[in-house]
Every structure is written in structure tokens, then in C-alpha cells.
Design a protein around this ligand. Structure first.
Ligand code: AMP
Ligand code: MN
Ligand code: MN
Length: 339
């Protein structure tokens, strides 16, 4: 990269697409990373971007833990992912993070790589901390996948079925199959364009939403038994302990739809899914979903978490039972200040 681009001064402003493309085109060796415990948007965006860049003759590869990817694990392009450990040994002159709202959301090894080279942050979290040397943040975008699609159109990169399916998974999973508030006309235009490139819609729908692994079924069964309703269901929550995850050999990705159980209860306004960490008993993770007008990230932010208006998450540095009490007390106080 040119000397001027080596300066790593965090900038508050959001770069424009031409500026982002200039940064990408000057790089010789790009590493792309999403957030830890990657979801469909994170995986789909990184796979599509790496694939599109490679097709343009730009050296790029994506890194993610290839184990426990859940439904999106079927994506072609998964096999070309490198482990974070391997990425640490690679020569990288531009790190692109996708779908990560803050630097602590990317794997530890990637955080180390970020100290060695410029970082281009592409993301749609309202809570994004602008941690990149360059930042392209669109808090109104439905998904990072939609942003990558916009980028590819502006750059005139040619889409193929591999990139289109990866972007389709990214957009479909983050928009609840084109249903959530963030679904805009541009999201449907993006979907329409992806369909022109051979997306196998029903195959993908089956993989994501209609073929549950035994692990997913077992986790849902266990989670159902823990379901609790407060305020007549206005608040509903369930739990998977680290023991549940260890005994089922499950990951967060295997339990991606568990949060829908409390969320689908009639009259529910705040749904919570508490899950343990396999490696640290003093850490409890929380998935939060809210209904209009409650702002999920407002609640997550009280615990240094982040996310979007209706879907957010955080980690509470307390064991499960204590963390649940802390969160539920915070919600009671918070709801009293809301409509
Ligand atoms: P999840 O409940 O894991 O599906 O996450 C919902 C949204 O919140 C996603 O956009 C995540 O990226 C974000 N999120 C989840 N956990 C955290 C966290 N600990 N810190 C910041 N953002 C988070
Ligand atoms: Mn994500
Ligand atoms: Mn996303």
C-alpha cells in the first residue's frame, strides 16, 4: 500500500463508496473477517466479498471458525475460509471487517492483525464504534450483505451464483426473509438482482429454515423447558446453560432460532435468550429482541453490548443465575421509563 495509507488514524466519518473502492484497489493482500460466532450475514458477506475480489484478480481471503456454522454452513465458499490462527501468519496489508460493530467483536487473532495494518470496517450496526482506519457504516442498511451488493454494483464486479447465494443468505437471515422493518425497496432490488444469478431459493430456504439438525432440536427442547413469562408475557426468556451446549456439542449457530420461542409469545415486547459460555462460567451471553417502539440496543448498551433497533446482544460478566437477575432488574427499570 502507498505510504499515506499506512497512517492508522481512526476517523469518525463514514467513507463514501468510491473512497472504499480506492482503498480496496490499492491493497495487495486482503484479509476479511466477520464477528465471532458468525451468523448468516457475517458469513455470507465475507464469503461473497472474498469471492468477488478474487474474481477481479485481487488477492483476498476470509477467516472464520469453520466449526459449528449452523444453517449457513452449506454455503459454497466455506471450504476456502482460513482459520484465525492461520490468518495470523499471513502477510496482510488490508483487513476488512464485515458486520462487526466493534473491534472486540472480531476473533482475538484478528484483533492482533488489526494492530499491524489498516482496517476497513464495513457494517450496518447503529452502535458501530468506527474502529477502522476507514469506515463505511450504514445504520439504515438491512444487512452487511446488502451493502456488499451495493459495493459490487458500483464497482461493476461481476456476480456469479457463489457470490449471489452468499449474499442472499446474508440478506435473508438479517431481514427475517425480507420481513423486518429494515427491509427497504433497495433490499428487494438487491434480492431481485441476486435472483438473476442463479440463487437456489427453495434449497436455501430448506437449509436455513426447514431442516433442523438433531443438535438444534435437542437445544430447542431443552430451552423450551426453561421458558419463563413475566408481566403476562410482555417479557419472556429462556436459557441454555454451558452444560447444555457441551452435552449437545452445540454452538450459538445451532441455537440461532431459539430466541424465536419467547419472541413468538402473544403480547411479547422483550424476548431474551440467555446462554452460557463453554469456556467461562462467569460469562453469560444474552440475545435481545424487542417490538416497536422498544429499542433493543438501548438495553444492550447498558451492558456494553450492541446491535440494532429490534435485535441486539450483550455479554454480562456474571454467572448465569446472577446475570439473569441483573438483566431482568434492568428491564423492569427500563420498561417503567418506556411507553
Ligand atoms: P444475536 O442475538 O446474537 O443474534 O445478535 C443480535 C444482534 O446484536 C446482532 O446484530 C449482533 O451483531 C449484535 N450483538 C450480539 N451480541 C453482541 C455483543 N456482545 N456486543 C455487541 N453486539 C452484539
Ligand atoms: Mn451479524
Ligand atoms: Mn448484520
Amino acid at each position: 500500500m502507498k505510504d499515506g495509507m499506512k497512517t492508522k488514524t481512526p476517523q469518525q466519518k463514514t467513507q463514501t463508496i468510491p473512497e472504499i473502492l480506492a482503498v480496496i484497489r490499492k491493497a495487495k493482500s486482503i484479509l476479511i473477517s466477520g464477528h465471532v460466532r458468525p451468523d448468516g450475514d457475517s458469513l455470507g458477506s465475507m464469503i461473497a466479498l472474498a469471492h468477488l475480489l478474487n474474481r477481479e484478480g485481487i488477492q483476498a481471503c476470509a477467516t472464520a471458525d469453520q466449526h459449528g456454522l449452523g444453517g449457513p454452513g452449506f454455503l459454497r465458499g466455506i471450504k476456502s475460509l482460513v482459520s484465525a490462527k492461520k490468518a495470523l501468519k499471513m502477510k496482510v496489508d488490508l483487513l476488512i471487517t464485515v458486520d462487526a460493530g466493534s473491534l472486540d467483536r472480531v476473533p482475538q487473532e484478528v484483533q492482533t492483525i488489526a494492530t499491524r495494518c489498516p482496517v476497513l470496517c464495513i457494517d450496518h450496526h447503529i452502535t458501530n464504534t468506527r474502529f477502522g482506519t476507514y469506515n463505511w457504516i450504514d445504520g439504515k442498511a438491512s444487512s452487511t450483505g446488502e451493502m456488499i451488493w451495493h459495493l459490487s454494483r458500483r464497482a461493476k464486479w461481476e456476480l456469479d451464483d457463489i457470490a449471489a447465494e452468499a449474499l442472499w443468505v446474508a440478506v435473508v437471515t438479517d431481514t427475517g426473509r425480507f420481513a423486518y422493518d429494515m427491509t427497504k425497496p433497495s433490499t428487494l432490488l438487491c434480492g431481485a438482482d441476486l435472483l438473476r444469478h442463479g440463487v437456489r431459493t427453495s434449497v436455501i430456504n430448506d437449509k436455513l429454515y426447514a431442516s433442523f439438525s438433531r443438535t438444534n432440536m435437542e437445544l430447542k427442547k431443552r430451552a423450551f423447558q426453561t421458558l419463563k413469562l413475566l408481566r403476562n408475557g410482555e417479557i419472556a426468556y429462556l436459557t441454555l446453560s454451558s452444560k447444555d451446549l457441551i452435552e449437545t456439542n452445540g454452538t450459538k449457530a445451532d441455537a440461532e432460532d431459539v430466541i424465536d420461542i419467547p419472541r413468538h409469545i402473544e403480547g411479547n415486547r422483550v424476548a431474551l435468550f440467555f446462554y452460557g459460555s463453554k469456556s467461562n462460567k462467569n460469562e453469560t451471553r444474552v440475545s435481545i429482541r424487542t417490538r416497536d417502539p422498544l429499542n433493543a440496543f438501548e438495553l444492550a448498551k447498558q451492558f456494553d453490548g450492541g446491535g440494532h433497533t429490534r435485535a441486539a446482544g450483550c455479554t454480562i460478566h456474571q454467572p448465569m443465575e446472577q446475570a439473569r437477575k441483573t438483566m431482568l432488574a434492568a428491564i423492569e427499570t427500563w420498561l417503567d421509563t418506556q411507553q
